[in-house]
Write a protein that binds this ligand. Structure first.
Ligand code: ATP
Ligand code: MG
Length: 156
């Protein structure tokens, strides 16, 4: 099963959307295997968004991401990275499709409520940036057998 990092950004926390956003992932069938609320340091924000360094929006993105508490989630599931990105919607709120988190709740380019890893490589890098291995639950969730067909060797 694949893992991905989600950050519920400062705008979503201030707009009291934490519950609604987490609900989308739970209802879809993704497992929450890590969860915390924190304020991201400038150093970690810069590392997290290092591929954007030099872009005209970079400095303000770092200011935004460190401007207040965020909620971090590690989600696990089949194709968790792609599924999470689909549920989030495209980057800019005003362009994102209705039915997605950004499409339903965001209007802005920068204040787009949520981050999700975009590849296996970034997911691994980002999870290890914000979580120790021991912070993630290793427990199998009992409800899984009604989320996937678990009768074979691999979940289907
Ligand atoms: P994220 O990485 O946060 O999940 P994303 O992968 O959809 O978002 P990226 O292209 O990686 O989009 O951009 C990272 C973040 O930088 C965006 O979520 C947004 O907050 C901000 N951003 C990107 N492009 C712009 C822009 N042109 N103007 C202002 N902010 C931007
Ligand atoms: Mg991105």
């Amino acid at each position: 099963m694949q893992k991905t990092l989600v950050i519920i950004k400062p705008d979503a926390v201030q707009r009291r959307l934490i519950g609604k956003i987490i609900n989308r992932f739970e209802e879809k069938g993704l497992e929450i295997v890590g969860l915390k609320m924190t304020v991201i340091s400038e150093g970690l924000a810069k590392e997290h968004y290092s591929v954007h360094e030099g872009r005209e929006y970079y400095e303000n993105l770092i200011k935004f991401m460190t401007s207040g508490p965020v909620v971090m989630l590690v989600l696990r599931g089949m194709n968790a990275i792609e599924v999470t990105r689909k549920l989030m919607g495209s980057t800019f709120g005003y362009e994102a499709d209705p039915g997605t988190i950004r499409g339903d709740y965001a209007m802005s380019k920068r204040f787009n409520l949520i981050h999700g890893s975009d590849s296996e490589e970034s997911a691994e890098r980002e999870i290890s940036l914000f979580f120790e291995n021991g912070d993630l639950t290793q427990n199998e969730q009992s409800g899984l057998k009604w989320i996937y067909d678990m009768s074979g060797e691999n979940p289907l």
